[in-house]
Design a protein. Structure first.
Length: 291
């Protein structure tokens, strides 16, 4: 009798596992033609192996669009993302070293049924300004917030003010995608966490201690502006990666970091950019969103 109960329990467990797997598969829409748009947090500079055309877009075959395309088994996949891109590069050719990247909208077709876009961090030079300025200010006030002070004028945070304008640009990007690919599901991918919620790692992330909290606030503001643009658009969806990347910031130990710190690492990641682990993490977040 006891054997029968054990056997019944084992069979029931297998049936439940098969049912749950089938349900999860059924809940994921099948896509045929996928186009990925975005900047370097999409393209994945220095993550092996690179796509060679154009070489200096820093586009990896192991970025999240490539992983997502493989997981979804799409028939057609075009990754036109490029490092340094901003919203203007959706409709304009982007100059890169030894060449150029076509306008990213040129990859969109009427039969495109999935689009991911990760854009906004380079508009008004926000990311470049932060990583280009903040580390050099740390020595002047290691426990303070000298970078935040530098960009606060008359009580106004000028970085966050620029980010508010970025949201309007993202709205226009979404309208342009819908006009070219009206049947596509459009996923707008947010930016993952760079700084930890608490603690410091100045050898990896050389910001003053008080600027860690400000960097998090700037990222939240950017993601919020993008999410509001998605809400205003009404025909796309926002995929939050900031929340899910908690514990995977640049300071995270033992290979848990999704984001590299200040030192460029050949065959791993550009400075302040995602590792392959980060791309895999974002892929998982997007797949959970789809399911």
């Amino acid at each position: 009798m006891r054997f029968r109960r054990v056997l019944f329990a084992a069979v029931s467990t297998v049936v439940l596992l098969i049912a749950s797997t089938t349900a999860a598969t059924a809940a994921t829409r099948s896509y045929r033609n996928y186009v990925a748009l975005g900047d370097s947090y999409t393209s994945g500079p220095l993550i092996p192996l690179p796509r060679l055309v154009p070489l200096f877009c820093g586009k990896s075959t192991q970025n999240y669009p490539s992983m997502l395309a493989a997981a979804l088994r799409v028939r057609s996949f075009t990754d036109i993302s490029c490092g340094g891109a901003d919203t203007g590069d959706m409709t304009e050719r982007q100059s890169v070293t030894l060449g150029s990247n076509p306008p990213q909208f040129s990859a969109l077709r009427a039969n495109t049924d999935l689009v991911t876009v990760g854009i906004g961090g380079n508009d008004y030079g926000v990311f470049g300004t932060l990583v280009g300025t903040c580390p050099s200010l740390r020595a002047s006030d290691p426990t303070g917030n000298p970078c935040q002070d530098r960009f606060t004028v008359g009580g106004v945070d000028t970085i966050k003010a620029k980010i508010a304008e970025t949201g309007k640009r993202v709205e226009r990007v979404l309208a342009g995608i819908h006009a070219r690919s009206p049947r596509a599901d459009v996923l707008v991918i947010g930016y993952p966490r760079i700084a930890p919620e608490s603690g410091y790692c100045p050898k990896i992330l050389p910001f003053a201690e008080g600027d860690y909290a400000w960097l998090n606030d700037v990222e939240r503001a950017l993601n919020s502006a993008i999410e509001k643009a998605v809400a205003a658009d009404g025909n796309s969806s926002f995929v939050d990666t900031f929340g899910p990347s908690a514990g995977h910031d640049a300071c995270a130990p033992n290979g848990a970091a999704w984001i590299n710190g200040q030192h460029t690492k050949l065959l791993a990641a550009a400075a302040y950019h995602p590792y392959r682990t980060g791309m895999a993490g974002v892929t998982g977040v997007v797949l959970r969103h789809l399911r």
